[in-house]
Design a protein around this ligand. Structure first.
Ligand code: TGC
Ligand code: FAD
Length: 392
């Protein structure tokens, strides 16, 4: 793969809206991606292997629990810092950002928000340091967009719960030490349970043959009469709203992360368009290529503004779930379109692993599907503006 020459576009001087802390956090993440991700990521994706050696670095840049309070091992940062970290990591690879998103928003967040003080103290510091890795089991083979229909369930057996069922498409599952699993009790109410690797009847088979997020490990979670200690139930919220609150936090991170992938594609295509000559001049001098690049920077700038404003709203505790859906949907689609256009600017070279664009493009096909598909987020916006529910 070519050396990482990335320069971040900032067409509307958005840096003026950031604090010194935001810039420091971003620069630590950016430097780490250049040093530790860019040189290894193409090979990891080609081999379809999650590069476990990056876990320590992710912890060091604060990617595990950026907004979790420091007393639990988190970085204690605000939402814009969290977003900037996700942006920089996904600039390197969406699969690496997935690992961080899951650990932070789908494992640490529910333990912090819905767990007991003992659960927080047991798990959060180890998750923040990367000593423990976690995964989040919501999706099932027959329930993806409609998680409320889940069939995974647990029964009260007096001194423990007995868990049965299966989850599918679970990021980090093959190597996770713990899983936050959503399952129904005997009355059909959804609860979160912490399931630990090694519990009898719990297995995590790997999902193979992915053409997307190849550097991220995906797997199933199988529960065959797993005895879960009662103290592993997250007691402070139940119902579908609990996992959906976690998704709000992860979707917010994705809205920022997708900008990183888009910026990388744009920056690569811009450099290539200025260097590559055809018909005796740089291809960047042709109007058709300029149209592509001008539209890319326009869309990136709009997405940056959307993400920044959403971050400010979240810092004030005012962002709605529907606003988060809009940003996730818009920014991922923006990134996917830019990846496709950028790939064309590179001609044949665009399909090779010499450049990051094709990898981003393939990764973004997962990003546009997980954490709520493109359609689902449109319907959430539709419901918000009309007051009419298309899901029921
Ligand atoms: P609905 O009846 O609308 O709602 C059920 C209850 O939840 C409440 N609620 C929310 N609460 C908090 N945050 C939100 N965003 C919420 N949205 C809804 C709602 O008020 C209600 O509460 P209550 O008290 O009345 O019970 O639910 P529904 O069954 O009609 O479904 C709505 C729908 C379709 C929007 C939702 O289920 C959905 O978002 N589906 C998409 C599923 C999804 O996003 N799955 C993601 C799985 S995890 C993943 O992909 C990780 S990838 C990670 C990576 O690698 O980065
Ligand atoms: P389906 O729900 O079957 O949808 C198929 C199609 O139908 C989509 O186009 C969808 O938009 C459309 N559709 C569905 N319902 C409607 C409707 N009401 N109106 C209009 N169109 C509709 N899940 C986890 O729990 N944890 C994870 O860590 C995780 N990681 C993932 C990693 C990867 C690489 C992938 C690909 C997925 C991951 N997922 C994870 C699962 C992901 O969240 C689901 O794939 C996603 O929610 C969609 O569910 P589905 O694949 O079952 O598609």
């Amino acid at each position: 793969m070519k050396p990482d020459l990335f320069e971040a576009p900032d067409y509307y001087n958005l840096d003026d809206l950031l604090t010194e802390e935001h810039k420091l956090v971003r620069s630590a993440a950016r430097d780490w991606v250049k040093r530790d991700i860019s040189p290894i990521i193409e090979e990891a994706a080609q081999k379809a292997e999650f590069p476990k050696e990056i876990i320590k670095g992710l912890a060091e840049i604060g990617a595990f629990g950026p907004y979790i309070p420091e007393e639990y091992g988190g970085a204690g940062l605000d939402q814009i810092s969290y977003g900037l970290i996700m942006q920089e990591i996904e600039r390197g690879d969406s699969g690496v950002r997935s690992t961080a998103s899951v650990q932070s928003s789908l494992v640490m967040y529910p333990i912090f928000k819905f767990g007991t003080e003992a659960q927080r103290k047991t798990y959060l510091p180890k998750l923040a340091s990367g000593e423990f890795m976690g995964c989040f089991g919501l999706t099932e083979p027959d329930h993806g967009s409609n998680p409320g229909g889940m069939v995974t369930n647990f029964k009260d057996k007096g001194d423990h719960y007995l868990l049965n069922g299966a989850k599918m498409w679970i990021s980090n599952a093959p190597f996770a030490d713990i899983a936050v699993v959503w399952a129904k009790d005997e009355s059909g109410r959804i609860h979160g349970l912490i399931v630990e690797r090694g519990m009898e009847g719990f297995s995590t088979p790997t999902t193979h043959n992915k053409w997307s997020l190849r550097a991220s490990a995906t797997g199933e979670l199988i529960f065959d009469n797993v005895k879960v200690p009662k103290e592993n139930l997250l007691p402070n919220k139940s119902g579908l709203g609990a996992p959906l609150m976690c998704l709000d936090s992860a979707r917010f991170g994705i809205a920022w992360g997708a900008i990183g992938a888009a910026m990388d594609c744009y920056d690569t295509a811009l450099r290539y368009a200025k260097e590559r000559e055809q018909f005796g001049k740089p291809i960047g001098s042709f109007q058709l290529q300029q149209k592509k690049l001008a539209e890319m920077i326009t869309e990136i700038t709009k997405a940056q503004l959307l993400a920044w404003r959403l971050g400010s709203l979240r810092n004030e505790g005012k962002a709605t779930s529907a606003q988060i859906s809009m940003a996730k949907r818009n920014n991922v689609e923006m990134a996917l379109k830019i990846a496709r256009e950028a790939r064309q600017i590179l001609g044949g070279m665009g399909i090779t692993g010499e450049y990051s664009i094709m990898r981003h493009m393939m990764n973004l096909e997962s990003v546009v599907t997980y954490e709520g598909t493109h359609d689902i987020h449109l319907l959430i916006t539709g419901m918000d503006v009309t007051g009419l529910n298309a899901f029921k």
